[in-house]
Design a protein. Sequence first.
Length: 393
Amino acid sequence: MSLNVDRARSMTPGCAHRLHFNNAGAGLMPLPVVEAVKAHLDRESHLGGYEAAMEAAPLLENTYAALARLLNCGTDEIALQENATRAWDMAFHSVPLGPGDVILTGHAEYVSNWLSMLQVCRRTGCAVQVVPNGPDGAIDLDALRRMLDHRVKLVALTHAPSSSGLINPAEEVGAIVRGSGALFLLDACQSVGQRVLDVERIGCDLLSATGRKFLRGPRGTGFLYVRRSVLDRLEPPFVDHFAASWTDRDTFIWRPDARRFEDFEHSVACRIGLGAAVDHALSFGMAAISTRTAALAEDLRTGLAALPGVVVRDTGTVRGGIVTFSMEGHDPLALQAAYADKGINVSVARHEIARLDLEERGIDRVVRASPHYYNTVEELDRFLQVTRRMVDR
């Protein structure tokens, strides 16, 4: 499936002066997103915040509709949040847990998620168990089946970790969890915008994600999917007058949709920008974006692996747009600075953000390069040339 790369680059001003391989950190916003955010801020400056929000109500509703198209769900199953961590926390802390209950998770879990699990275990007396990896580094599906008993109330899986190119088998996990009585929470922070995400095919009950990474939306945006059929099993950890109605002095009732996980105050401009980012991605087609992003990343892995002293650190059989590697005799943080001097954006994944994964593999830090569909083969070649010169120092 082809994708118009020239069109994508013409709408991405940052391509003119940077080689941006840090889409797993924050993607370059395309012009429609920047223009949408600026336009609303201008209206706020002229009309006032509340008045501009009322005027922009159709644009805000478009964000819900766009996300529903992206995930193949209903608009009533979408809640907007300030970031992926807040979205994940709102979902996780709404699950009723107590002594004897079990949470199952995988080795790819991100630090913020793991800290919340530790906190809830201390507070409630529940336990968290880590499902081992299979030989390819992905979650072991047979082990998951063995560990999924009546005590398990939640299966929390990171779809694509920040520290590897791995894509975990979310659909297979969904099929295993379905009918068990446990809820399935998928962290799609790194997969949204680079992979096709269909919540009906995946079978997750909850999905959290960000706007700023591969989706190329504004920072300060995220969202939560909540399957309609599980709403009444969940108790959002926070409540305000947007999420619920104060029916009399001593009672309130939750909103009947996923927006019970939201609150009143937020950046209207950024949420409009998030909708523009989703529309932009859908205009290229998520299948085409996924195919191109994965192909660029695989070509980058092949090129890096051919360089002496460079070790590609990615795990998994199915891999996405994150490429991690190390270079003998070079600290990853120093490499990040050296790339920046050449106008190349990369990041560093540290063991502090992914202890279960990196510490088990004996890795302290790795360089993380994350191309996206608007990057080119010529940019891959330039990156490899710069890397080769670093090896030769």
